[in-house]
Design a binder for this molecule. Structure first.
Ligand SMILES: C[S@@+](CC[C@H](N)C(=O)[O-])C[C@H]1O[C@@H](n2cnc3c(N)ncnc32)[C@H](O)[C@@H]1O
Length: 382
């Protein structure tokens, strides 16, 4: 398809998802009645097409032009759309509304990266300072099974049915392979996203202005039950400082990061990639060591060698702290908790499980909920 997607970096740990079972209304398609009530909660009648390469597959454009800041259009299968209608009303879990009276950021030119976002006041670590909603969502199988021209027509309709298509059409474009503006915009800006268990890509127009850095100062917090996202500071951000997120997993050495980012049509100019030779070498050294210890850890777990696994987990923890890959610190505590639990040392396991949750809370990845610890421990036994 020529469309690349970013990685959803931060998902709440699976065990901590409190979402109740989604109520699933019946799937609707273009054959539904002609009155708006027939296609509620969508504000437009779904437009559908059967896949040329597999006529049993049907995709429709579902739009709700009142959702979020400029509406939402989802190109997906009728069943997936039906399963996701509950997500339209849901507030971000934890519900922290962002106080917009003091704007905390501005979009400015940041050569050579095009536009970017800078802090217009000091932003505290763990503070959510930007909110956004998925505005175009696309099932990634759709462009693969569709005649190209039809695919582009559906993307155009998706944009047209938003309340403010310009907010999408004005976004940055840097895809090398795209032949259509919407294909380019999605390729340059969309995150990969799972909806109804299927791979999709999702475009967040406000977040889309944030440039990538290999040692970012913010991360995107996704919601499992709604189309909202929040951008949260992973450390204090000073006034005038550029706000950055990572588009790719953070634990890779420079060469691999550069290769992965070239697929999005740009060469990374972040402070780590343009740092001194010694700094790059020191960072690569730690990241390569993390990768090889992760292999050791998996091998030790497969061989039921608890001592080696625990030693590798402690070493990884020290390295991710030294490399300041905050998102991996909580994961390492959780891995240690699981290893001790498996070894029957429930006391140490509980201590590390709590430390994992404390780290996630301290960094703003999750909100405090009293049943998180029992939920996580229950997950260890299942
Ligand atoms: C999601 S957009 C970010 C906002 C974009 N700069 C704009 O003007 O709208 C991604 C694009 O920004 C540019 N970009 C982002 N991070 C960069 C970086 N670290 N180094 C160089 N270019 C970058 C690339 O052109 C990339 O394709």
């Amino acid at each position: 398809t020529g469309v690349a997607t970013k990685h959803c970096l931060i998902d709440p740990p699976h065990a901590l998802r409190h979402d109740s079972q989604l109520r699933c209304p019946p799937p609707i398609d273009e054959s539904i009645g002609s009155q708006p009530v027939d296609w509620s909660p969508w504000t437009h009648q779904p437009d559908c097409v059967n896949a040329e390469k597999d006529p049993s597959l049907k995709y429709c454009v579902y739009s709700n032009s009142r959702h979020g800041y400029q509406g939402i259009s989802i190109i997906t299968k009728p069943k997936t759309a039906a399963d996701s209608t509950d997500m339209l009303d849901e507030e971000f879990p934890g519900g922290h509304r962002i106080n917009n009276t003091t704007p905390s950021y501005a979009v400015v030119d940041i050569p050579p990266k095009g536009k970017g976002v800078v802090a217009t006041r000091k932003i505290k670590r763990a503070e959510p300072f930007m909110s956004d909603w998925a505005t175009v969502v696309l099932d990634v199988s759709f462009p693969k099974v569709m005649q190209q021209q039809v695919g582009h027509q559906f993307l155009h309709l998706a944009a047209e049915q938003l309340s403010n298509p310009d907010k999408v059409l004005e976004l940055g474009r840097s895809s090398t392979k795209a032949i259509d503006i919407m294909e380019d915009i999605l390729g340059t800006n969309a995150f990969s996203y799972t909806l109804g268990g299927d791979s999709h890509m999702a475009l967040y127009p406000e977040v889309a202005r944030i440039n990538h850095a290999c040692k970012p100062n913010a991360f995107v917090r996704f919601s499992a039950t709604s189309f909202d996202v929040k951008v949260v500071a992973s450390r204090d951000i000073e006034i005038g400082e550029e706000i950055t997120i990572s588009y790719i997993p953070m634990n890779h050495p420079r060469e691999k990061r550069q290769r992965d980012l070239r697929r999005w049509g740009f060469q990374c100019k972040c402070s780590l990639c343009t740092a001194s030779k010694t700094e790059i070498a020191a960072s690569d050294y730690r990241r390569e060591k993390i990768a090889s210890l992760q292999d050791d850890l998996l091998k030790a777990i497969a061989e039921l060698d608890g001592t080696t696994a625990v030693r590798a987990a402690y070493e990884i923890l020290a390295l991710v702290k030294a490399e300041d890959i905050t998102s991996m610190v909580a994961t390492q505590y959780e891995i240690l908790a699981r290893l001790f639990w498996k070894a029957g040392d429930t006391e140490t396991a509980t201590k590390y499980a709590q430390q994992s949750l404390d780290t996630l809370m301290d960094l703003g990845y999750i909100d405090y909920r009293p049943d998180d610890l029992p939920l996580l421990l229950k997950d260890f036994t299942t």
